[in-house]
Design a protein around this ligand. Structure first.
Ligand SMILES: O=P(O)(O)OC[C@H]1O[C@](O)(CO)[C@@H](O)[C@@H]1O
Length: 429
């Protein structure tokens, strides 16, 4: 795999990345090359035919996930039967609405896709509704003994307890030896690459595990992000403002996100950080409030600098500088251009909103077949304030690539869009 040599005029050097080689994990269907197919430009991604990336997610990841969930927790017969019915529906049937008795079913009542084949509807909608139906099958919202039980908790807990996390937390002790700008960059990249810790993605990574990450970023607008956050800029009367950090995965991704949040607070880049979490378990490992509290415990239970970060963050929750939010729209099956007014106001009042991960990226740019060279600013023009995307590439959708970068990527490993080996930092000021 050749490395892209430049993007937006910036050299793609990245001393912090692990390795220059890319061993691409195989992704069913491989990438769509919509930019060479004018008829697909800007069309929403639909699940589509066998061989497409999206279809592979539905046919392979979702079916595998049902079996993993079933094995991880001893569910009673009614739940087992509901899982069987869901498996049957997604493999052979058409989309059935939620049962009228399901708590919160009214939120989904007016969706337009019931009765259609799963293959024929927007990918974003199909994935989101699958997770909602999985929770319904397991009684997650139904008053009773299974209310609020997270079916993904066994996987999340195992990952958070792992020794890889110990290593990453102890690496924080080496941070003070770096000059300030390198501390900034190390923590930003650690949050970015933490996005590979996505349990849904790992379901299809195969026995070889995740491919090696590629040195350098396909787009690196990090200077623009630090510029937005610059402490020496003239400030409003209240000094530094609020940063919205829209979290993605729990555990090994959320930990570096929390460390970054602490760094923004401690260095005066932010007076407060609003951490947007999922209101319920979603996309396997997406972070909820419970996952955040588990990460805070993991930090405070560590030694050295990690423990100090954990204590500071606990204090920050206590005095309102770290604000935990879980807006219902965070689990909605729609792009952010349909966000409700209260969420829009939250993002509009932030110095910058940092969107973590692949799904947030898809929702930010609308999960469309954009030509990959479409400016990121164009795809996010509707967003109510400065916005940054920190994402490893795990789906077909991408914007903001320089033509030369795109040509180099297309000449390399076929799966660069979906293998999680490449990453980007994009900013719209
Ligand atoms: O955790 P992330 O980075 O949002 O990724 C979610 C994953 O799920 C997908 O939406 C497909 O299941 C991919 O885009 C991505 O691999």
């Amino acid at each position: 795999m050749k490395r892209p040599s430049q993007d937006n005029g910036r050299a793609l050097t990245d001393a912090d990345a692990e390795t220059p080689s890319a061993h691409a994990a195989s992704v069913p269907g491989g990438p769509r090359t919509a930019d060479t197919d004018g008829s697909q430009d800007r069309a929403p991604v639909v699940v589509g035919t066998p061989g497409s990336f999206a279809r592979g997610v539905l046919d392979e990841r979702h079916t595998a996930l049902i079996e993993r969930v079933r094995r991880a927790t001893p569910y009673p017969p009614a739940h087992q039967r509901a899982l069987d019915a869901l498996l049957d529906e997604i493999t052979k049937g058409s989309i059935e609405p939620l049962d009228d008795a399901e708590p919160g079913a009214d939120r989904w009542r007016d969706e337009p896709y019931y009765g259609q084949r799963w293959a024929d509807v927007p990918f974003l909608w199909a994935e989101s509704f699958f997770y909602r139906k999985l929770l319904a099958a397991l009684g997650h919202f139904t008053p009773g003994p299974w209310l609020g039980i997270d079916p993904f908790a066994p996987f999340k807990n195992a990952e958070l307890a792992g020794s890889k996390v110990d290593d990453e937390l102890s690496a924080l002790d080496r941070l003070p030896a770096l000059p300030p700008h390198e501390q900034d960059r190390t923590l930003l990249l650690s949050s970015l690459w933490g996005n590979r810790a996505d349990l849904g993605f790992q379901l299809s990574a195969g026995e070889g595990g995740l491919g090696d990450r590629v040195q350098g970023l396909v787009v690196d607008d990090s200077d623009a992000l630090w510029e937005i956050l610059a402490t020496e800029k003239p400030r409003g009367p209240g000094g530094p403002g609020k940063v919205c950090l829209v979290a993605d995965n729990a555990g090994p991704e959320l930990l570096p996100d929390l460390v970054l949040a602490d760094h923004l607070l401690a260095t005066g880049r932010a007076a407060s950080v609003a951490l947007h979490l999922k209101p319920y378990p979603y996309y396997v490992s997406d972070a909820t409030t419970a996952d955040t509290l588990a990460c805070l415990d993991r930090l405070t239970g560590a030694s050295g600098r990690a423990a100090a970060v954990g204590e500071r963050l606990r204090d920050a929750v206590g005095d309102g500088r770290l604000i935990l939010r879980s807006h219902p729209f965070s689990c909605a099956p729609h792009p952010y251009d349909r966000m409700p007014a209260d969420l829009r106001e939250d993002f509009a009042s932030a110095t910058v909103t940092v969107m973590k991960g692949d799904l947030n990226y898809r929702r930010l740019v609308g999960d469309r077949h954009w030509p990959a060279t479409t400016p990121f600013a164009e795809a996010t023009a509707y967003f109510p304030g400065p916005v940054a995307a920190l994402r490893t590439l795990k789906c077909d959708v991408v914007t903001g690539l320089a033509p030369g970068t795109l040509a180099e990527l297309d000449a390399g490993a076929e799966s660069w869009r979906t293998s999680g080996t490449h990453a980007l930092i994009q900013v719209r000021s």
